[in-house]
Write a protein that binds this ligand. Structure first.
Ligand code: ADP
Ligand code: MG
Length: 617
């Protein structure tokens, strides 16, 4: 047998040096990388076999087998995928072809500690085997090639590798890791299984391990031990829930999956499961929780979104995939386009990620619109109407992306079996959602220009007409007086403070509805919204409130006269309050109260000023 020596491409040597010499923060990911390569090889075989069924060589049951040998100190990953020819092994395992790893190498700083961190984020594919192995042997035969044209590739990860021709009857690739002494703890069935479960559970291919049994010692006094039975068992689920067709997933399964994913004990409020096709392909399974987590108002809180690439787990809390104002959402995104070794930095820059983020945002807003349209308002329940929206009749804007969405299942979690319960549940879901997350959703007004309109439509307030958070801008508009020119609101610390505000008096008297904005974020959020559907928004605590035609000519005259009459009084008040008030004037806005404080137009309000002061600014 002839053996040829080859040198690694310079970048590979550099990478290998780093892999073998750096403290590696997360060594177990080697298994994820190798299993994912095996799964890729199966995908490639499936694809090529579409045109040439003979490539299966009579064996179409694709699987990955992981085994270990304590005595030899080896771990073996064996697949019956596409395999590699000799030249392919030389090219694929001796050079860095893929852009992700090249990018990784280009970012290396030479500082071992920083680089070790980088490697933890990237993963470096095949070469991560050298984290735990001193020598790696790859035996492979490409599907469709004769058994005699197998290849054996061996390297100790230092500059060179050797290649020889071998006989390999079994199609596919078999990778044997000769572990370093300090990696002994991976020679353990339980440990390997748990790593597979952690990272590769949702690989759609069965990942199998040899069954083990406890066996008592033959001789008395000797310890017993685990003995392999020779039977292979599948240790992963081998089918990711989100990749299954919606009709094969029960409501309970969706709910269980959510609980697992989010560590939430409660069932979710609603979910949306879609396969998005088009220029960017991905599957999204997004859940709306029923209860806010304790840290919801921490703006650093990340959404509970897990990112998978082709069913391989990549990262938790993938915050690039959702805007911050939707951070209460949890779920899974599985992309077909992103590289497996994608880092958070790359995520921020990726065009595909932007498309996914926009798609997720649209989907969640759509889900919320759906819930809102089923929400029963107080008025409706009195009139016995139920399934009507809250006056929100403008259709949602068309998605900017042209991606067609197929296999859509938007689901409101209604585990209750009986229809009446389901019905009642649906009619209150939006109110429940809003009570928990409304304040966060509002941040979107300042954060998401594209969807500002849609978000504004989803907002609900208390008002002079309703003590509950149930009045939408559209409701308000539908009740506006004929000559009313603005949507009036007042910001306050609490509902009772808002209701007791002297600025309301005139509006009460005239029967004009005023919205109460009592959330901490309201003032900031609403400052990003000048108008709703053509009607300007106006704070009644700012500047001169011009009620236009709603105000009598007589009232205005009386005010002007009063201003003249009281001029001397006003002057004296102004002097007395010189360091406290900028101006003192006669107003028509009060009915019962003798005086009130207002802020000039364009200035921050009393409420916001208090907030900023509290925040120490
Ligand atoms: P990536 O998987 O991102 O391409 P890797 O470093 O993980 O990068 O693998 C490098 C290449 O080696 C793969 O692209 C593939 O061509 C080849 N390869 C690795 N493992 C296998 C395998 N089990 N079967 C067939 N080819 C493989
Ligand atoms: Mg790989």
């Amino acid at each position: 047998m002839t053996t040829q020596k080859h040198s690694f491409q310079a970048e590979v040597s550099q990478l290998l040096h780093l892999v073998t010499h750096s403290l590696y923060s997360n060594p177990e990911i080697f298994l994820r990388e190798l299993i994912s390569n095996a799964a890729d090889a199966a995908d490639k075989l499936r694809f090529e076999a579409l045109n040439d069924n003979a490539l299966y060589e009579g064996d179409g049951d694709l699987r990955i087998r992981v085994s270990f040998d304590e005595a030899a100190k080896t771990i073996t990953i064996d697949d019956n995928g596409i395999g590699m020819s000799e030249q392919e092994a030389i090219d694929n395992l001796g050079t860095i072809a893929k852009s992700g790893t090249r990018d990784f190498v280009s970012r290396l700083t030479g500082d071992q500690k920083a680089d070790a961190q980088l490697i933890g984020q990237f993963g470096v594919g095949f070469y991560s085997g050298f984290i735990v192995a001193e020598t790696i042997a790859v035996e492979s035969r490409r599907a469709g090639m004769p058994a005699s044209e197998g290849v054996r590739w061996v390297s100790n990860g230092t500059g060179e590798f050797e290649v020889s021709t071998i006989d390999k009857p079994q199609r596919g690739t078999r990778i044997t890791l000769h572990l370093r002494d300090d990696a002994d703890d991976f020679l353990n069935g339980w440990k390997l299984k748990s790593i597979i479960n952690k990272y590769s559970d949702h690989i759609s291919l069965p990942v199998q391990m040899e069954q083990e049994e406890w066996k008592e010692a033959e001789e008395e006094g000797q310890p017993g031990g685990m003995v392999k039975t020779g039977e292979w068992e599948t240790v992963n689920q081998a089918s990711a829930l989100w990749t299954r067709s919606k009709k094969d997933i029960t409501e309970e399964q969706y709910i269980e999956f959510y609980k697992n994913l989010s560590h939430d004990f409660e069932a979710p409020l609603a979910w949306s499961h879609n396969r998005v096709e088009g220029s960017t392909e991905y599957t999204q399974l997004l859940y709306l929780p029923a209860k806010a987590p304790f840290d919801l108002f921490n703006r650093d809180k990340k959404p509970g979104l897990k990112l998978y690439v082709k069913r391989v787990f990549i990262m938790n809390e993938a915050d690039a995939l959702l805007p911050s104002y939707l951070r209460f959402v949890s779920g899974v995104v599985d992309s077909a386009d992103l590289p497996l070794n994608v880092s958070r930095e790359i995520l921020q820059e990726s065009r595909d990620v932007r498309a996914i983020r926009e798609g997720n945002t649209r989907r969640i807003l759509g889900l919320l619109e759906d819930l809102a349209s089923k929400q029963r308002t107080d008025a409706q329940s009195q009139e016995g109407k139920i399934d009507i929206g809250t006056g929100d009749s403008t259709p949602a804007p068309e998605p900017v992306e042209s991606d067609s969405i197929t296999d859509v299942v938007d689901k409101n979690a209604t585990p209750a079996a009986d229809a009446a319960a389901t019905f009642a549940d649906e009619a209150t879901q939006y109110a429940r959602f809003y009570a928990e997350f409304g304040a966060v959703l509002k941040e979107g007004l300042g954060e998401d220009f594209t969807n500002r309109e849609r978000i504004a439509k989803l907002l609900r307030f208390a008002s002079t007409r309703s003590d509950t958070l149930s009045v939408s801008f559209a409701d308000y508009q539908s009740r506006m007086k004929e000559s009313q020119k603005a949507i009036y609101y007042i910001t306050a610390d609490s509902l009772s403070a808002a209701k007791g505000s002297p600025q309301l008096e005139l509006f009460r008297q005239k029967g004009i509805e005023v919205l109460f904005l009592t959330d901490r974020v309201d003032e900031w959020a609403i400052s990003h919204l000048d108008e709703f559907n053509g009607t300007p928004l106006q704070s009644i605590a700012k500047g001169a409130v011009d009620l236009g035609d709603l105000q009598d000519e007589e009232e205005r005259k009386a005010a002007e006269e009063a201003a003249e009459t009281f001029k001397p009084v006003l002057e004296r008040l102004k002097q007395a309050l010189a360091d406290k008030a900028e101006d003192v004037c006669v107003t028509t806005r009060l009915v019962d109260s003798p005086a009130c404080l207002v802020v000039k137009d364009g200035q921050i309000s009393n409420q916001l000023a208090r907030l900023l002061k509290q925040a120490g600014q």
